[in-house]
Ligand binder design. Structure first.
Ligand SMILES: Cc1ncc(COP(=O)(O)O)c(C=O)c1O
Length: 420
C-alpha cells in the first residue's frame, strides 16, 4: 500500500496531555507530606463545582465508584430495575448488579449512539404496567425506579425528553456523564442543577463524571459525583469514606488541631480521591476549555475530509442546543460498499500507524450479561448495528491538527483502495 501516506510514528488512540504544571503540582504534593484526600482534593472539588455551576460534589477514585455511590444513595436494591443503554461500558450496568437490582436495556438512537427516549417510552408502555404510580415489569415483577442515560461520546442526551419521562413515570435519574465533563445542554454544563426542571424537583438525581486516563480531563483514575440535592450529595460523601459521619474532618485528624475521634455511622466504601490525583485535576480542569476546542477542531477536520464519502457515516451535525465535548469520534462503515469488514479496516489502520478503538461492545454480548439477562442477538438492532460497523478515531487534544488531518487522509485512502 505504498500510495497511502502513513504517519511516521504510531498515533495512539487517546493519549493524555500532561504539562509541566501537572508535573510540578504532583511533585509539590509528594513533597508536602500529604498524599491522600486533603487540601488539593478540596480545592479541586471547589473548582469542579464552580465549573459545573453546582453547590456540591464529591471527588472520588473513579466514575464506577461515583455511579455506585449514586445508585446506593438512591436506595436501589433487589426487586428494582434501571433503564439504561446497551451501548456503554460495563460500569454503567455493573453498579446496578452490585445492588442486586437489574438493568433493563432500551435501544439507541443510531444518529448519536445515545439511549433513545422513544425506545424508553416504548419499553415503559408495552413491557411495564402501573403499580401504585410506578412502572412494574410485567414478566419479572421488578419495580422500575431509575433512568440511567449515558452522554455517549460527549454528545448530551436530550435531557428535557428524559426528564419528561422521569416525571410521567416517577423515576429517579442517574446521568452517566463519564464522557461529558465539558459537554453542555441548552447552554448549561452537564451536571448543572437547573437541568433538572422544577416539576421534577421531587425526583432524586445524580450526575457522575470520569477522569480516567483517556477522558476529557484526566487524573489517571478519578471521578466526581454531584447532584442538585445537597443532602443526597453529602450522604454520598459519607459513603465514599467508609461511612464516617464527619468525613471532611477525617483527613484533618493528623493536623495540629485534629482529633483522633471519629464515628463510623454506616457501611461505607473506600472511594475517596487522593491529593496526587487532584494535583493533576486542578491543572487539567483549567485546560479543559482548550482541550474541548482542540477535540472539536479534530472532529471538524474529520468531517471535512470524510463527508461526502458514500461508504461511511460520519457523526451528524451537533444539535443547536448541545455543546459537544467530542470525547469520541464515532465513524461507521457501510459494509455493503466495501470489500473489507470493520475488523480488517482496524487492522489496516494499525498497519498504517493509526490506533483506533470500538466503543462499545454492546453489554448483552458480554458473557456475564448474556448469562444473566434474557437478551439475545437481535434484541437491540440499532445498538448492534452501530457496534458492527463502528470505528472510533483518535480525537485526543494531545494530537496536533496536522496529525489528525493525516489520519483522516489515511482513512479516506483505505476506503478508496477497498471500495467495491
Ligand atoms: C460510559 C462509561 N461509564 C462509566 C465508565 C467508568 O469510568 P471509570 O473508568 O472512571 O470508572 C466509563 C469508562 O470508560 C464509561 O465509558
Amino acid at each position: 500500500m505504498g500510495t497511502i501516506n502513513a504517519p511516521e510514528k504510531f498515533v495512539a488512540f487517546a493519549p493524555p496531555l500532561m504539562g509541566d504544571e501537572e508535573i510540578n503540582e504532583v511533585a509539590d504534593t509528594l513533597r508536602s507530606g500529604w498524599l491522600t484526600t486533603g487540601p488539593k482534593t478540596e480545592k479541586f472539588e471547589k473548582s469542579l463545582c464552580e465549573y459545573i455551576g453546582t453547590n456540591k460534589g464529591v471527588p472520588v477514585n473513579s466514575c464506577t465508584s461515583a455511579l455506585h455511590l449514586a445508585v446506593h444513595t438512591l436506595g436501589l436494591g433487589p426487586g428494582q430495575g434501571v433503564i439504561t443503554t446497551p451501548l456503554t461500558f460495563a460500569s454503567t450496568a455493573h453498579v446496578i448488579m452490585y445492588q442486586q437490582a437489574r438493568p433493563y436495556f432500551a435501544d439507541i438512537d443510531p444518529e448519536t449512539g445515545n439511549l433513545d427516549p422513544v425506545e424508553v417510552r416504548r419499553f415503559l408502555e408495552t413491557e411495564c404496567e402501573d403499580f401504585n404510580g410506578r412502572p412494574r415489569h410485567k414478566l419479572t415483577g421488578d419495580l422500575i425506579t431509575t433512568l440511567m442515560p449515558v452522554h455517549y461520546g460527549g454528545h448530551a442526551v436530550d435531557l428535557e425528553e428524559f426528564w419528561q419521562i422521569a416525571v410521567k413515570y416517577n423515576l429517579n435519574m442517574v446521568e452517566d456523564a463519564a464522557h461529558a465533563i465539558g459537554s453542555r445542554y441548552k447552554n448549561l454544563p452537564i451536571g448543572h442543577p437547573e437541568l433538572r426542571p422544577e416539576e421534577a424537583s421531587h425526583l432524586k438525581s445524580f450526575t457522575t463524571f470520569s477522569f480516567y486516563a483517556t477522558k476529557n480531563l484526566s487524573t489517571g483514575e478519578g471521578g466526581f459525583i454531584s447532584g442538585p440535592d445537597d443532602g443526597l450529595v453529602e450522604r454520598a460523601r459519607v459513603m465514599s469514606m467508609y461511612g464516617i459521619s464527619d468525613s471532611r474532618r477525617i483527613w484533618g485528624r493528623y493536623s495540629p488541631k485534629g482529633t483522633w475521634v471519629y464515628d463510623v455511622a454506616d457501611l461505607g466504601f473506600k472511594y475517596n480521591m487522593m491529593d496526587i490525583q487532584a494535583a493533576l485535576g486542578l491543572h487539567q480542569l483549567a485546560k479543559l476549555p482548550d482541550f474541548i476546542s482542540r477535540r472539536a477542531a479534530h472532529a471538524e477536520t474529520y468531517n471535512k475530509v470524510l463527508s461526502g464519502l458514500e461508504d461511511l457515516v460520519i457523526p451528524p451535525k451537533t444539535k443547536p442546543d448541545i455543546g459537544h465535548a467530542w470525547h469520541l469520534y464515532p465513524l461507521r462503515l457501510k459494509p455493503e460498499a466495501l470489500k473489507i469488514g470493520r475488523d480488517e479496516f482496524i487492522e489496516t489502520l494499525r498497519d498504517h500507524n493509526v490506533g483506533s478503538s470500538v466503543l462499545f461492545i454492546p453489554l448483552h454480548y458480554h458473557s456475564y450479561y448474556r448469562d444473566r439477562l434474557e437478551y439475545q442477538e437481535g434484541s437491540f438492532p440499532q445498538a448492534e448495528n452501530f457496534f458492527k460497523n463502528l470505528i472510533n478515531l483518535p480525537v485526543a487534544p494531545a494530537h496536533s491538527p496536522e496529525l489528525i488531518r493525516q489520519v483522516a487522509e489515511v482513512v479516506a485512502a483505505i476506503l478508496e483502495k477497498h471500495r467495491k
